[in-house]
Design a protein around this ligand. Sequence first.
Ligand SMILES: C[S@@+](CC[C@H](N)C(=O)[O-])C[C@H]1O[C@@H](n2cnc3c(N)ncnc32)[C@H](O)[C@@H]1O
Ligand code: SF4
Length: 382
Amino acid sequence: MTEPKPFGVYVHWPFCMAKCPYCDFNSHVRHGGIEEERFLAAYLRELDSFAGFAPGRTVSSIFFGGGTPSLMGPKTVTAILDHIAELWVIAPDAEITLEANPTSVEAEHFTGYASAGVNRLSLGVQALDDQSLKSLGRLHTADEALRALDLAKRNFGRVSFDLIYAREGQSVAQWRSELKEALRHAADHLSLYQLTIEPGTMFAARHEAGTLRVPDGSLAREFYLLTQELCEAAGLPAYEISNHARPGSESRHNLIYWRGHDYAGVGAGAHSRITMDGKRRALSAIKSPEAWREAVEASGHGLESDEGLSAAESADEYLLMGLRLAEGIDLERLQAMSGKAPRSETMAALAAQGLVRRRGERLTATPSGRLVLERIILELAA
Ligand SMILES: C[S@@+](CC[C@H](N)C(=O)[O-])C[C@H]1O[C@@H](n2cnc3c(N)ncnc32)[C@H](O)[C@@H]1O
Ligand code: SF4
């Protein structure tokens, strides 16, 4: 029997205790609290709609992302997982991840999440010194983060944590020692993101005003290459631009996105890619949490757009996502999707510059290539 194609379910929890000044995720602060039960009812209803869009699939991974899903009560997580199990078959070895912030309040939820069936925790540590955490607007100390990490390791079979590097005032030498410390604490996975100045954030305003300086250009490249080198030496090589894992411990959920498989995303602002009647569709939900909930209450889903993707659009997406991965893309699959493959001369020219590598039908971007991926994709798609 052939294995069913991977299929993921993403659950977006759009609330946070405070808005971090660098973050442009769909996350909102509600000082007056939220009606968690009413939101739960909306998640269950929207899941019903998605079961209609993607019937009979086997769920290979589930991901609670945010926002801050660790603000959800364990009962809410249990009810959502139980409902997913009623609507689809969940594979016996399914990866079930929850993204958590490492404050002590949230850490109290860990045992409840594990009992609900969560088997992988992804913790937003961000930095290992208190001064940096303060400038990033975080509500936890480094010590609290390490204690939460310890607790996570005791409660979940698989644990990842996130750090942001190339921060304001950070030197390469400081990052070297911070990353070495992180690697001593690492379980099976690390997400290491270079600080990005996202338009519309507080950091973007400060950056424009000249009061926030961050490493860029050749210095940013130095940070990136050092990160690759240290992680590789520690046995957690990069399998994607910002993601490092012990071989076999890659995030199966995120691989679904990068390998171009189907996923259903529920919650405010969530995106989905679902193949219906042989055609791939791109769906996205209303971003405002309350407007999303009201739409679900009125019509069963909170979608604001649903578009069919053309063969060329699907192929471009596969190229864009697949080249982020160390394993790269399959040129035959690309050809089958769109009827055209990148020109051999273009691939050869990029290979001569040390930016891509071709082995048979597999095309990968080299670590230097992954730094200029946009340029490579533009040339390959031309
Ligand atoms: C959905 S977010 C946050 C999850 C969780 N709420 C937290 O803050 O820990 C996922 C990750 O994206 C990263 N991130 C968010 N904005 C970023 C930015 N502007 N530059 C680099 N990394 C960023 C952070 O490391 C964060 O943990
Ligand atoms: S980084 Fe995490 S906690 Fe901070 S605003 Fe974004 S989603 Fe919320």
